[in-house]
Design a protein around this ligand. Structure first.
Ligand code: PLP
Length: 230
């Protein structure tokens, strides 16, 4: 399948999931996850008009960002080591994986030094799997209170990853749980502005995530492919 065909296929599936759940397609943004593809493919993805690019490791992202960082909007979606914050700050406009206080402090410090504010998603481990990063849902209110003074961090959303399921429908409670957590947090009004965004849904389960309220879906394999050795 060509890149154009993949993009068209994803657009059609996003539209169908929106129609099925009474949502406006304009409220669901697609991020192209390029961690499995080459620099040439990232370039083609940008040329094709997909402006949001995501990577999950700075080491892999570096050559791509150096060549193409001036184009598009870059999202960091992987586990972020505190000592890598200096590499990503000012390059990635969105960080989807804030999951601990030490990382919040470092992001704030480096953003402050750079004179900018970084948009973040709190990663939440809704499924409760040991293998997943993320705050426990019950810890999120306290976490928001602790970082409230870090003005160079703006919490715009929540992010989660569902376990891989052969039957995507089985992921629904995870996505629903993230949406319900967001709504609960907004009732507590712990952020200056309501938390709007939900970063959830990957190649295997994005339609279910959209039906449950995803505002950003992170798509790798189904959208840009998976190249051996890239
Ligand atoms: C790799 C990755 C994705 C995309 O995975 P696909 O299943 O290929 O769509 C999305 N989110 C995160 C956090 C990832 O690491």
């Amino acid at each position: 399948m060509t890149l154009q065909e993949r993009i068209a296929g994803v657009e059609e599936r996003v539209a169908r999931a929106c129609a099925a759940s009474g949502r406006d397609v304009a409220d669901v943004k697609v991020i192209a996850v390029t961690k499995y593809v080459s620099l040439e493919t990232v370039s083609a993805v940008l040329e094709a008009g997909l402006g949001d690019i995501a990577e999950s490791r700075w080491q892999d992202a570096e050559p791509k960002w150096n060549a193409l960082g001036h184009k598009g909007t870059w999202h960091f979606i992987g586990h972020l080591q505190t000592n890598k914050v200096k590499d990503v700050i000012g390059k990635f406009q969105y960080i989807h994986s804030l999951d601990r206080l030490s990382l919040a402090r470092e992001l704030h410090k480096k953003a402050d030094a750079a004179g900018l504010t970084v948009n973040v998603f709190l990663q939440v481990n809704i499924s409760g799997e040991d293998t997943k990063f993320g705050l426990a849902p019950g810890d999120v209110p306290g976490f928001l209170r602790e970082i409230a003074g870090l003005h160079h961090i703006k919490v715009i959303g929540l992010m989660t990853m569902a376990p891989y399921e052969a039957e995507p429908e089985q992921t629904r409670p995870v996505f629903r749980g993230l949406r319900e957590l967001r709504d609960k947090l907004n009732l507590l009004a712990l952020t200056p502005e309501p938390i709007q965004e939900l970063s959830m849904g990957m190649s295997n389960d994005f339609e279910v995530a959209i039906e449950e309220g995803a505002t950003w879906v992170r798509l790798g394999t189904v959208l840009v492919g998976h190249e051996e050795g890239a």
